[in-house]
Design a protein around this ligand. Sequence first.
Ligand code: ZN
Length: 252
Amino acid sequence: MNRFSSAAIVLGASNYAESDRIVTMLGREVGKLRALARGARRSTRRFGAGLGLFSVGTAELSEKGSSELLTLDSFDCVRGFPGLTADLGRIAYAGYGAELVREICAWRHPEPSIFDLLVEFFSLIETDPLRPELLRVFELRLLQEHGLRPELERCVRCGEIVQDEAGQGVDGSRGGVVCGRCGLARHCAVDGEARRALLEAQSLPLSDHRALDLAPAVNRQARQAMAALIEAQIGKPLQSVAFINKLNQAAP
Ligand SMILES: [Zn+2]
């Protein structure tokens, strides 16, 4: 039996058996993992009220042999982010961030910079006005920290600098823009304005997301381009994107 502790974020949890929960967490030093929290629905001593979604704290874990499911012995919540569940918009943004990290990060592969980025993202959702620009900067930072920085200046097919011409797009599977000559109908279209907006977003730290100001039509293309880049990596659409889109349609 190997016991260790790690700073961790709760990315998801489901009930198991009569009183247990299975928790998906991102450990700062140990990467993404799944752990069984025995008696979590009864024991406030070992888990407090801290196993809520998006909670950040210290997890005491143990693992046995080669089992992929660890045991969560206790979780001491340091930061609960109550503001994230204050309204549907904040739930949607935080849920999107958690889903994106859950899908992109590999099991037991430590990525401390992604842990720090997600904590910062949650904290900005609590304090800042909700704007899609925050999502675009977060998406780009996350891909970069994961070693998948999108190529937004040179065509990923022919290598030439893109000239912002008709037919230009994004090739998700190659991780970047394609020029007008290499662009195909199946590529997600991205015009010059949207490409330059993404390039600007790529240069910003997350805390500077307010420096980015996208017109709705530009954001729409930028969002679709990011979805194409992300979905090519994880092999499927993200569930929370549909939820955010529904909320946006409902907004005045
Ligand atoms: Zn090209």
